[in-house]
Design a protein around this ligand. Structure first.
Ligand SMILES: Cc1cc2nc3c(=O)[nH]c(=O)nc-3n(C[C@H](O)[C@H](O)[C@H](O)COP(=O)(O)OP(=O)(O)OC[C@H]3O[C@@H](n4cnc5c(N)ncnc54)[C@H](O)[C@@H]3O)c2cc1C
Length: 402
């Protein structure tokens, strides 16, 4: 592992002050006539490059060599609550099939829970080669220790080269624990995944506030792990016939011990999420006042659509935070999204550019949203939207087509 080495004999009271001031992450702490580097260090090497010469050195660690041929298959984690499978699972299967095909390796699904055997068989309709089932009473409710233990057991026995996990509440808490057990990397919220011939998984995700798309690979560790948000990848299609097999896995019961006792499960009200909407009217700062949201709502009602929008509208309190599309909001993939008065910042488009049809209206012909759109009108929403509403009211056939 690479590390910073402090040459204590070169420390003086003056250069200690200099080093403390230079670190952008406040990771260098003065401790009398010595210094400490704390957990805030990002190994940016600013102290090495810009600090007093030779006081701190960067020592490159040797990367451990792994035998990639020992790791085979692309696995997905089956996200569920009480056996009800989250649809992100089918999206993960769709992507896993695509990338596994490139290296000619199988697709596995890992299903952890209780009374799930029948449900596991259903996954074989989606082209999974083998579903590994951990079906124990101790796994009835999601508790982190036994689920991590079952996941670990699966990896040790199956050795998949890559594992995809849905970026749901469960996936986001489970995947990092599992990655830490194997001292491997985990890339969160990937938007694009691809596979190299040498089985290195190419994980692409927005970084630095969405200003760049980072391409991340993990060539020196296995398994490679990624989380993927719901509605980013295409679902695997259900086939009538089944393929592959479901395998019931055994694990020592003591490994399933948890220090967490589930006393009661209170179900959250099922929310009508924009992520599930087939038609969305998305609005941005082109809307001039809150009362104009009535016009947007009228259009949405005529089209059986949901209203969503950009972050500034959430900040203004004009739409609910759950209806924000984008990097710090939700990802949507409707059949049709009508985008009104939105510039098309990358932080917004990252959350909607997989939609089937994107129709944008903006008065600025150079607005970046047009680069992501299938259909576009350069014009004022206050002129165009009332005309669409009028047209829809007059012609019910159009409404039926939508
Ligand atoms: C870390 C980070 C995360 C972020 N996450 C998100 C996120 O998740 N979601 C998000 O949306 N933003 C996010 N943002 C903010 C993002 O960068 C943009 O500022 C935001 O998306 C802009 O919103 P907008 O398009 O509504 O406004 P603007 O950029 O101001 O665009 C308004 C558009 O309306 C057009 N317009 C104005 N009047 C009319 C009219 N009468 N008719 C037609 N067109 C008109 C203008 O030409 C303009 O293109 C994030 C930013 C950061 C730094």
């Amino acid at each position: 592992m690479s590390k910073l080495v402090i040459n204590y004999e070169k420390l003086t009271m003056d250069n200690i002050k200099e080093l403390v001031a230079i670190c952008p992450f406040n990771a260098i702490e003065a401790k009398g006539n010595k210094i400490d580097i704390n957990a805030g260090c990002k190994l940016c090497k600013m102290c090495v490059k810009k600090g007093p010469k030779g006081v701190i050195e960067f020592v490159e660690g040797e990367s451990k060599k792994i035998d990639k041929s020992l790791w085979k298959g692309v696995a997905i984690y089956v996200d569920h609550v009480e056996g009800k499978i989250h649809p992100v699972t089918l999206e993960l299967i769709g992507k896993a099939k695509e990338i596994a095909k490139k290296i000619n390796q199988p697709v596995y699904a890992l299903f952890i829970g209780h009374n799930i055997e029948k449900k596991a068989e259903d996954l074989l309709h989606y082209g999974v080669d083998e579903v590994f089932v951990y079906d124990y009473a101790e796994l009835k409710d999601f508790t982190i220790e036994p689920y991590t233990a079952a996941f670990e057991d699966f990896i040790n026995k199956t050795k998949p080269t890559a594992i995809l996990v849905g970026a749901t509440t469960i996936g986001r808490s489970l995947a990092p624990r599992v990655a830490a057990r194997f001292r491997t990397g985990l890339t969160a919220d990937c938007t694009i995944l691809d596979m190299k011939e040498n089985t290195d998984l190419i994980q692409i995700r927005p970084a630095f506030g969405g200003n760049i798309m980072a391409q991340i690979i993990n060539p020196n560790a296995r398994p490679q792990m990624s989380t993927v948000r719901y509605k980013v990848m295409d679902e695997a299609k259900r086939q009538d016939e089944i393929s592959g097999k479901a395998t019931l896995c055994k694990i020592h019961k003591e490994k399933l011990h948890s220090n967490i006792k589930v006393l009661k499960v209170t179900k959250k009200q099922v929310e009508n999420s924009i992520s599930d909407a087939e038609v969305i009217i998305a609005v941005g700062r082109g809307i001039k006042s809150q009362k104009d949201m009535d016009m947007v709502q009228e259009l949405a009602d005529l089209m059986d659509a949901k209203v969503a929008g950009t972050r500034p509208l959430v900040e203004a309190g004009w739409i609910d935070a759950k209806c924000q599309i984008g990097l710090s909001g939700r990802t949507v993939k409707p059949k049709l999204i009508i985008v009104l008065g939105i510039s098309g910042a990358v932080q917004f488009t990252a959350g909607m550019n997989s939609s089937d049809y994107i129709f944008a209206i903006n008065k600025d012909e150079k607005a970046p949203i047009f680069n992501a759109s299938n259909y576009a009108i350069v014009g004022d929403i206050y002129e165009i939207v009332p005309k669409i509403i009028e047209g829809l009211k007059a012609n019910k056939k159009i409404k039926a087509v939508i």
